[in-house]
Write a protein that binds this ligand. Structure first.
Ligand code: AHR
Length: 508
């Protein structure tokens, strides 16, 4: 406190001295790179994510390119999405890829049994997904069906997508309009094998992983196989899969959802009190324990760190918006979601020596989405803006930060730091993101260790934590230029953060 007082007297205007100060120090370097794929996405055949959200079909009145809606395509391009996971989720283990290839009129009509029994006409299939990834400039991550499919089916799918041979299945792809193999690297061997992916035991799944991996041949020389992790807290699952599968896998995946209350009554996306706000943030932060304990087990079996940790589903999960289909998981979003995203990225950055990919659930109209659509209208969520502001961290060198004189809000599920910070360096520039979780109070942050001038600064906040972007008012929560900072001495900035806000600074 003495130090704060002194810096107030020496460097700050008197009005700023009345506020508590937190000091954030950014270290100049590290040997850790933040993999771009940590900014990955997930799009499942669930509710209106694919249909309405991404794909409207070429005959739609909604402006589209070959069936992909243009407004969403452009908005997603802006995010520089590095990797997109598809077709599920739980849908993946019900999905038979042959249903979704060839002329549209011959595609199979099925019931999407896991997600509300909605009819699925398979008009968006392998070609539509992989061509979309090319349009977006993103890497595909395909989840294979292990729960209800055979090793032969998955083997043939991989061959169809990635081989350039003259085999019948590859020539079938050519006949369907695609000569060259697509560059598919990431392959999920099942999804949530402990639950919707087949209700398997870890032992049984491990054996199946070995079997399905054997027959999914590496035609392109870089096929990367991802194994399913256990349900949150099931570390015995991790022990078993690591012991039995070991380095036959390249990635080991965890799923972690932030649910304010419980699975039966998750809580509203927009109506929550102060306690529920902090509980949500505390629960989001608890992913760190899950990650740290998983890495500990992984390192026991994989001493050379061959296997990456992948968080291929994460985000907030609330009760669906009133009046919408309970099986479609459509939810609104507020600054609370923006803070969950920013705090999660801080954690993923810190563990980027092991975490190489993360995929938020889900891209459009489902769970913590980037975009909501209503017929021809589209709205960007607060989470979209976090992904856009944070994309500068993709492939950057992570810079460790330390925080002094921080305060905490304690709730039943943990404690929430008032200030969090994450930083990285790329091409001579330093990017710092500061997060003020305090709902009511602005905070003075003394930012140390950053050399150069602020060349750009943005703030994401809202009038009120319950404010949402709606189709009638789409610009309520969006980044604005930020000027409430001051260079107080060499390599030190005083930043005044509004309550419940995220400030990003580019320093050069
Ligand atoms: O993202 C929604 C669902 O959550 C996914 O289908 C499943 O993998 C998870 O339980």
């Amino acid at each position: 406190m003495k130090k704060n007082l002194l810096s107030c007297i020496l460097f700050l205007v008197p009005s700023l001295c009345l506020q508590a100060q937190v000091t954030v120090t950014v270290e100049p370097a590290s040997d850790q790179t933040i993999s771009a794929d940590i900014y990955g996405h997930f799009s499942e055949h669930l509710g209106r994510c694919i249909y309405d959200g991404i794909w409207v079909g070429p005959d739609s009145d909604i402006p589209n390119k070959d069936g992909y809606r243009l407004d969403v395509l452009e908005a997603l391009r802006e995010l520089h999405i590095p990797v997109l996971r598809w077709p599920g989720g739980c849908f993946a283990d019900d999905y038979h890829w042959q249903d979704g290839i060839g002329p549209q009129e011959n595609r199979t009509l099925i019931s999407n049994n896991h997600w509300g029994g909605t009819m699925e006409d398979n008009s968006f299939g392998t070609h539509e997904f992989l061509d979309y990834c090319e349009l977006l400039g993103t890497k595909p991550y395909v989840s294979g069906n292990v729960g209800s499919g055979t090793p032969e089916e998955l083997a043939k799918w991989v061959e169809y997508m990635t081989s350039n041979s003259q085999s019948t299945v590859v020539n079938q792809r050519r006949a369907n309009g695609r000569d060259e193999a697509w560059d598919v690297r990431y392959l999920g061997i099942g999804n949530e094998a402990w639950g919707c992916g087949g209700n398997m035991t870890a032992d049984y799944y491990s054996d199946l992983f070995r079997r399905y991996s054997t027959y999914t041949r590496d035609y392109n020389g870089h096929l990367y196989r991802v194994a399913c992790g256990g349900i949150v807290g099931d570390f015995a699952w991790t022990e078993t899969v690591m012991r039995k599968v070991g380095t036959m896998m390249d990635g080991y995946s965890l799923h972690y959802y932030t649910i304010p209350n419980n699975w039966d009554h998750k809580g509203s996306a927009t109506e929550f009190d102060e306690n529920e706000y902090y509980v949500t943030l505390a629960k989001a932060l608890n992913i760190e324990d899950f990650i740290a304990r998983t890495i500990e087990i992984m390192e026991k079996y994989d001493t050379t760190r061959h296997i990456d940790l992948i968080i291929d589903e994460w985000g907030t999960w609330y009760d669906v918006e009133p009046g919408t289909n309970p099986g479609h998981l459509y939810q609104q979003a507020t600054m609370r979601d923006a803070l969950v995203a920013a705090l999660s990225f801080d954690i993923f950055h810190r563990y980027s020596y092991c975490i190489t990919m993360a995929n938020i659930a889900q891209t459009v109209n489902v769970l913590q989405s980037m975009i909501l659509t209503d017929g021809p209208r589209m709205v960007l969520t607060p989470t979209y803006h976090v992904f856009n502001l944070f994309k500068v961290h993709q492939n950057a060198t992570w810079l460790p930060t330390s925080i002094e004189d921080n305060t905490y809000t304690s709730v039943a599920d943990g404690r929430v730091p008032t200030i969090a910070a994450t930083a990285s360096a790329k091409e001579g520039k330093t990017h710092v993101a500061l997060i003020n979780t305090d709902l009511k109070k602005s905070q003075m942050v003394n930012l140390q260790g950053v050399k150069g001038k602020v060349v750009s600064a943005q703030v994401l906040t809202a009038k009120n934590v319950h404010t949402t972007n709606t189709f009638d008012k789409p610009h309520e929560v969006e980044p604005k230029a930020f000027t409430d900072y001051k260079a107080s001495k060499q390599s030190t900035l005083s930043v005044k953060m509004p309550p419940c806000s995220i400030v990003t600074l580019e320093i050069f």
